[in-house]
Design a binder for this molecule. Structure first.
Ligand code: HEC
Length: 166
C-alpha cells in the first residue's frame, strides 16, 4: 500500500511538472484605456470606477491584474478560461463598439446579476475578498448602470434599444 501511495505521489508530481509547459494565452493586461472604453462616453464616478476595478475588470476588460499564482498551471488555464468567457459576454474596454441595443441590454444584465449576487463569480470572491460587494456598493453600481440606460433612452429612439414585440 505504501509503495502504491509513493508511486502515486510521484506520478502526480510528474504530471504537475509537465503541465507547467502547457501553453498560456497571452496576458490580457493592456494598461491603455481603449477609445471604445465605456468611460470614453459615459460618466463613471470614482466610486463606480473603483468597484469595477476591484470586482469586475479582471474578467470583463482588457486590463486583467494577474496574481503571482497565475503563473502556475493549471491555475492559469482556469483563469484564462474565465477571462475569455467573461470578455465574450461583456467587455467594458470595448463597450462602445457594441450597437446601442446591445449596450442597453448588457446594462440591464449587470443590474440583474449584481442584484442576484451572481456577479462577481463566487469562485472569485472567495480569493478576492474585497470584491464581495456591500449593499451600498451594489446600489452604486446598479444606480450607475440604470443612469446610463435612462440617458440612452433620451438619446436613442426606443425601438433602437428594445426589439419590438411581434
Ligand atoms: C472571475 C471572473 C469574473 C468576474 C470577477 C466577474 N465576472 Fe461577470 N462573467 C464572468 C463569466 C465567465 C461570464 C459568462 C457567463 C458565465 O459563465 O457565468 C460572466 C457574465 C457576466 C454578465 C452576463 C452578460 C450576458 O449578456 O449574459 C454580466 C452582465 C456580468 N458578468 C457582469 C459582471 C459584473 C458587473 C461584475 C463585477 C461586479 C462581474 N461580472 C465580475 C466572469 C466574471
Amino acid at each position: 500500500m505504501r509503495v502504491f501511495l509513493k508511486r502515486f505521489l510521484i506520478l502526480l508530481l510528474v504530471l504537475f511538472i509537465l503541465i507547467q509547459f502547457y501553453p498560456r494565452a497571452e496576458k490580457n493586461s493592456s494598461s491603455a484605456i481603449s477609445s471604445a472604453d465605456i468611460s470614453a462616453k459615459y460618466n463613471v464616478p470614482a466610486e463606480v470606477k473603483n468597484i469595477l476595478a476591484v470586482a469586475c475588470n479582471d474578467c470583463h476588460s482588457n486590463n486583467t491584474n494577474y496574481p503571482w499564482y497565475s503563473n502556475i498551471q493549471p491555475v492559469r488555464l482556469w483563469l484564462d478560461d474565465h477571462i475569455e468567457d467573461g470578455k465574450t459576454d461583456l467587455n467594458f474596454s470595448s463597450f462602445l463598439s457594441y450597437p446601442p441595443r446591445k449596450q442597453y441590454h448588457k446594462l440591464d444584465e449587470i443590474i440583474e446579476l449584481v442584484e442576484k449576487d451572481e456577479m462577481p463569480l463566487a469562485s472569485y470572491t472567495i480569493i478576492h475578498r474585497d470584491a464581495k460587494l456591500s449593499a451600498s456598493q451594489k446600489k452604486a453600481l446598479t444606480d450607475w448602470a440604470q443612469g446610463i440606460r435612462t440617458q440612452m433612452e433620451s438619446s436613442y429612439p426606443i425601438d433602437s434599444l428594445v426589439r419590438k414585440k411581434k
